[in-house]
Write a protein of this length. Structure first.
Length: 103
């Protein structure tokens, strides 16, 4: 009885831990894709636009933002809110026309 109670508490703690990690914080750079809203303040992620040595090569797409580096810029219902900054970014991005992805 005690063993099954301990096992279920450990399992519950593991599930809760995974949900907390998935639900909040900064996403991994390779998971930062989809419907993106660019905001002035209080974004989920801060990015800096650079010309060389980016963390993520970003391609703007009109539909199917289904892979790393593919962003569909939207005004409402975003997957992520991105704030563009000049210093201290979470990630550095480079706008590209082809071959998007993370490094």
């Amino acid at each position: 009885m005690k063993l099954s109670l301990i096992a279920s508490l450990v399992l519950l703690g593991a599930v809760w831990s995974v949900q907390m990690r998935a639900g909040g914080g900064i996403p991994d750079k390779c998971r930062l894709y989809g419907r993106i809203q660019i905001v002035e303040d209080f974004g989920d992620v801060k990015v800096q636009v650079v010309r060389a040595f980016p963390d993520i090569r970003v391609q703007r797409v009109e539909a199917f933002p289904d892979g790393p580096g593919k962003w569909q810029i939207v005004e409402a219902f975003p997957d992520w809110k991105v704030e563009i900054v000049d210093a201290f970014p979470d990630y550095r991005i480079q706008w590209v026309e082809a071959f998007p992805g993370c490094r």
